[in-house]
Design a protein around this ligand. Structure first.
Ligand code: HGY
Ligand code: MN
Ligand code: MN
Length: 423
């Protein structure tokens, strides 16, 4: 049978309702309903909720005849065997962990669309030349243990896994201990060594931005991912009585932290609004209204598609903070640095052709959000398939994509996987 005919069969075999049922069922693990009726998800990585979600996924995968395995970073693999079992697999997938105020689609969609596409390929009677694997990466979000992408950075050797050992969550639990617990509780799963070179990697994901919806497009053909740098700034002063201490004698960590953020706003100013600069966490100690703050810890999330801007402005963060101090001292620690990733044309071209063969409107575009694909791109031909999400909203309980949009992405993915695994 001709390749394109097989791809068409695989896309037709995608079961829209089954994918939607699974997305909704998965969304109930760590799910919550907001006062205004949105269905959010709070599913931290390496948690009992994460393990519950993985067991649900494993059950579906095994029922579909896929082989399950886990690596030392707790990355979870679901494998459809190929005619040549020794060939480098085509890899697809995403992540199962969410932001604390996350949605039902960020990450989960890419894993479940991958499972759906692989099941559709098998159901259409295609035995791909290469194995196809669906992966659920550990800790993409970095919500519990910062930074994110520790699973894919370990898999791709972007960083040694041991580098993450002593990261602590808000309760003081070490990443290494949470990982060891996950591996122990999933010790019934076949284990495999850390890392291999995939033949190619393709990840389906909601856009997490407004363009596809605004431009009436069905599919985003992702061409690359902007760079991202995360910093933690610690401003140290001295706590004093709020009623008796004259301002001229204070070492007020909040006031100097505000000065530092104002100076960083100036550093990061971009009249073209391409640069992204976010202070998302701002923690004060002792955090009482009648004591002068002795410490502020705030985070910086800085992103830009241009490597030079990312380097020049990012490298100026520490001195900008230091210059802003009047009575306090400051420490700046960089905890994440993902260079901009430009995808080689191979996979984006296959994605665009698959969308066109399905009669879907496709738009070539970069990703503003980071993804595990950013690290896979250093290892093998990589691409992403975006689907529209309502209002571009993400990292929010109101995150939503329609059943048809989800199925479209899985249909494109099924064709792409067939194509990439054929030789
Ligand atoms: O933060 C990000 O860009 C991703 O959604 N975790
Ligand atoms: Mn994501
Ligand atoms: Mn996310």
């Amino acid at each position: 049978m001709a390749q394109t005919a097989m791809e068409a069969d695989a896309a037709r075999a995608v079961d829209r309702d089954r994918l939607w049922r699974r997305l909704m069922e998965m969304g109930r693990i760590g799910g919550f309903t907001t006062e205004d009726g949105h269905e959010g998800v709070n599913r931290p990585c390496l948690s009992p909720l994460d393990r519950e979600a993985r067991r649900l996924l494993i059950g579906w995968a095994r029922a579909a005849g896929l082989a399950v395995a886990i690596d030392p970073a707790a990355n979870l693999f679901l494998r459809l065997e190929g005619r040549d079992a020794s060939a480098a697999p085509v890899l697809t997938g995403s992540h199962m962990d969410s932001q604390p105020q996350g949605g039902r689609f960020d990450g989960s969609y890419g894993v479940l669309a991958g499972l759906e596409a692989v099941e559709a390929i098998a159901a259409s009677g295609i035995r791909p030349q290469r194995p196809i694997e669906v992966v659920a990466w550990t800790n993409e979000e970095g919500g519990r243990f910062a930074p994110g992408c520790t699973g894919s950075m370990s898999f791709t050797k972007a960083e040694p896994m041991a580098k993450f050992d002593d990261i602590r969550d808000a309760e003081g639990i070490r990443y290494a201990d949470a990982l060891a617990e996950q591996l122990a509780l999933e010790s019934d799963l076949p284990s495999r060594p850390l890392g291999y070179i995939p033949h190619a990697y393709v990840e389906a994901h909601i856009e997490q931005g407004p363009r596809l919806e605004a431009e009436g497009m069905d599919i985003g053909v992702v061409t690359g991912i902007q760079g991202c740098r995360w910093f933690t700034v610690t401003v140290e002063g001295r706590t004093d009585h709020a009623g008796t201490t004259p301002l001229r004698l204070r070492k007020d960590a909040v006031q100097d932290a505000i000065r530092a953020i104002q100076a960083l706003n100036a550093l990061m100013h971009d009249p073209d609004d391409v640069l992204r600069f976010t202070v998302g966490s701002f923690r004060v100690k002792p955090d009482t209204s009648n004591s002068v703050a002795r410490e502020v810890v705030f985070t910086i999330d800085f992103r830009h598609p241009d490597a030079k801007v990312l380097r020049d402005r990012g490298d100026a963060v520490a001195e900008t903070v230091a210059r802003a101090m009047t009575t306090c001292t400051a420490r700046v620690y960089e905890r994440f640095h993902a260079a901009p990733a430009d995808f080689a044309p191979l996979v984006p071209d296959v994605v665009e052709l698959a969308a066109r063969n399905l009669g879907l409107a496709a738009l070539r575009m970069p990703s503003g959000a980071f993804h595990d694909a950013q690290f896979l791109a250093r290892l093998c031909p990589t691409g992403m398939i975006f689907i529209p999400c309502r209002g571009g909203v993400s990292h929010h309980p109101a995150e939503y994509a329609t059943p048809e949009a989800c199925a479209n992405g899985a249909r494109v993915l099924a064709r792409v996987l067939c194509d990439l695994a054929a030789v």
